[in-house]
Write a protein of this length. Structure first.
Length: 296
């Protein structure tokens, strides 16, 4: 069974994405997007306290009866260690998210930085997180990761849900066994960066100058594949993750209803890649795969 679409919302609170030339999505467009997403059968929404005012924008934009399941994230913690006094701050942050979103309970609550679970006093953080689930305030706990190492020493009791990067160009967590390991643990997997912030679905000529000739040639070959199949780069990018087994959802950020229309049409259309064919398209240049290290 193919994964669900989860609506990503970083663009609702920030000018996010290397190919996003329009800045933050206007509030009226957010409301229209949510209405259209609900009508299209999308039920999952991913947000975070670190996404500017995205939670507040969402809370003002929901309509009665849309029935979205909400996932948000606790930001990376600035302190070097934790104590029992930290719990009050986390509790305030959690309930602040709920107030902004206009809900009493969340489907998922993730740590934006699993590194926090390796700090002195992390047992207080873990105990508090588990208490959220025990109190019925969240259905699932989890972490957002970039690499396999981010899961080191993370208790499996916190791994109901993991969000991670995956695309036809970035298959590192598929190749190194991370996704298989999480599946064996019974963890729900949500993949993000399916478009590499839009690079993957943009023509090579529109790419920033810092990207290497090797990566550019790889993308030109990918464009030729799309041309030869009479399909779009979007259809190829989505086709890769659609065909993978064991994923619960694919997190995709949108800036307009037109983008949502294109997404739904491609998502429901025929697969443009044969089973397993996408595995040969991993990028030979890994420097383009992690947006944290892109030039600003």
């Amino acid at each position: 069974m193919k994964p669900q679409i989860c609506l990503g919302t970083a663009q609702f609170g920030l000018s996010y994405g290397i190919t996003n030339n329009g800045g933050k999505v206007p509030p009226d467009e957010v409301s229209a997007l949510l209405s259209q997403a609900a009508s299209s059968g999308i039920k999952l929404i991913d947000t975070a306290q670190a996404y500017g005012d995205a939670e507040e924008v969402l809370g003002r934009s929901f309509s009665v009866g849309q029935g979205f399941r909400l996932i948000t994230k606790l930001p990376a913690q600035s302190q070097a260690s934790f104590s029992k006094d930290s719990v009050a701050n986390w509790e305030e942050a959690f309930h602040g998210s709920c107030r902004r979103l206009g809900v009493d309970q969340l489907d998922g609550f993730l740590l934006h930085s699993p590194e926090d679970l390796r700090k002195p006093g992390s047992e207080y953080l873990q105990k508090w997180l588990i208490s959220l689930r025990d109190r019925g305030l969240v259905s699932r706990l989890g972490v957002s990761i970039y690499a396999k190492e981010d899961l080191a020493n993370v208790d499996s009791n916190l791994l109901d849900l993991v969000q991670l990067p995956l695309s036809i160009y970035d298959q590192r967590l598929l190749v190194d066994g991370t996704i298989e390991l999480l599946q064996e643990l019974g963890c729900a997997i949500h993949v993000r960066s399916v478009y590499l912030q839009g690079l993957l679905i943009s023509p090579t000529e529109a790419w920033p100058a810092w990207i290497s000739d090797q990566a550019r040639q790889h993308h030109r070959n990918f464009e030729q594949l799309a041309f030869g199949r009479s399909c779009s780069l979007l259809e190829l990018a989505l086709g890769f993750v659609r065909a993978l087994e064991g994923l619960e959802a694919v997190v995709i950020g949108l800036c307009s209803r037109a983008e949502l229309n294109d997404l739904v049409q491609a998502w429901e259309g025929p697969l443009s890649l044969a089973k397993g064919e996408g595995h040969s398209w991993a990028s030979p240049d890994t420097s383009i795969l992690d947006p944290r290290y892109w030039p600003r």
